[in-house]
Design a binder for this molecule. Structure first.
Ligand code: GTP
Ligand code: MG
Length: 346
């Protein structure tokens, strides 16, 4: 070990394992409370992803502000790779009272109304691909062409600009925790997903690191989030897709956070899970919505409280992926979690 680096911390990266909407938002919010990170930094594509956080009696829908905002002591950051819609950001900052503890990289590309209009007019994007029409595709294209505006050119954002990667590295160097929050999921990746039915960027763990300006050596855990069944919004293949009536009968019917469109659903896909673990070098799993599959699991906070069938299911996931299910979601609330991480140590 390098003696100069002994106190340096490694970051935790939270990545989606399927097609997004696995519940990363709630997992990040839980970790932000539990692990007390100094920084929670949003990576990923942009406001085409929506996280839902249930806090006390309130529900927050977040498309720009990091889900870690629930920890009032933590600094919220948005990495240079994220496409930013200033209107959405400023509105959410108001709703989450994060003014004064949020910053974005001067090099974030800016989504303008023209980007949204271009996507709405594009039959390919809005009809064939089923995009969320939030302008990320057009903005990502402009960025690749080097004609997109950057955050540092926008006066309304001037008070929010920060050296995001610099802040992250200073925190890690000082032995503090950093949580990197991904959006969407592995199989929506522009490179590794179901092209052309995918998003405008890579969404895997290494892309999330690049979004915020950290290298692979600064990552400790890659926590991959799987839902207990698979859902997909928009177009594109979904193996094992169930008829709508069956989805409803099983209680798996969900609606998109951004578009309110109905999500299609299929049973848990072990083969996809295995591949996602490989593509992300995932080290641990967060399994969400176990309570939807096994209602007796609702609200459980200890592994031993789970019904035998639920524990069997967890075992099957672990033997298929060869990594541990470290965190289990047993309800939408932040306290409806089983945290097995301390059992995994040593
Ligand atoms: P993207 O970044 O768009 O991929 O979103 P996401 O992964 O943060 O998920 P999203 O919030 O879109 O959808 C997850 C939904 O499941 C939300 O409504 C959460 O409140 C809910 N949820 C998360 N975990 C659990 C859980 O363990 N049990 C139950 N019943 N609901 C959960
Ligand atoms: Mg979502």
């Amino acid at each position: 070990m390098n003696p100069h680096k002994w106190s340096r911390m490694a970051s935790t990266v939270v990545v989606g394992g399927f097609f997004g909407d696995e519940g990363k938002g709630k997992i990040v919010a839980y970790l932000a409370m539990k692990d007390d990170p100094a920084i929670v930094v949003r990576a990923g594509v942009g406001p085409n992803a929506g996280h839902t956080i249930q806090l006390g009696g309130r529900k927050f829908f977040l498309r720009m502000v990091p889900s870690g905002f629930v920890n009032e002591k933590a600094l919220m950051l948005i990495g240079a790779g994220v496409l930013v819609n200033p209107k959405v950001l400023l509105k959410e900052m108001e709703e989450t009272s994060t003014k004064g503890r949020i910053g974005l990289d001067p090099q974030c590309a800016i989504i303008e109304d023209g980007h949204i209009e271009r996507e709405e007019k594009s039959v390919h994007l809005s009809q064939k691909i089923g995009s969320t029409r939030s302008g990320v595709g057009a903005c990502a294209a402009d960025r690749a062409l080097r004609i997109a505006k950057l955050a540092k050119e926008i006066p309304e954002l001037s008070g929010l600009l920060m050296d995001v990667s610099g802040k992250i590295h200073a925190a890690l160097e000082g032995g503090k925790r950093v949580l990197v929050e991904g959006t969407q999921g592995t199989f929506l990746s522009l490179y590794h997903g179901t092209y052309p039915y995918c998003t405008a960027k890579d969404t895997c763990a290494s892309a999330l690191c690049s979004d915020v300006g950290i290298g692979p050596k600064d990552v400790g855990e890659v926590l991959i989030t799987f839902k207990s069944y698979v859902t997909r919004v928009g177009e594109g293949p979904l193996e094992g897709q169930l008829p709508r009536e069956e989805v409803e009968r099983r209680g798996w019917l969900e609606y998109g956070t951004v578009t309110r469109r109905e999500r299609r659903a299929a049973p848990f896909n072990f083969e996809l899970a295995r591949r996602a673990v490989m593509l992300n070098s995932a080290t641990q799993i967060a399994l969400t919505k176990l309570d939807v599959l096994f209602p007796e699991a609702k609200g459980a906070r200890d592994y031993r409280e789970l019904p035998a069938k639920a524990r069997e299911f967890i075992g099957e996931i672990e033997s298929a992926t060869k990594i541990p299910v470290a965190i289990v979601g047993t309800g939408p609330g932040l306290d409806e979690v089983i945290d097995r991480r301390s059992d995994l140590d040593g």
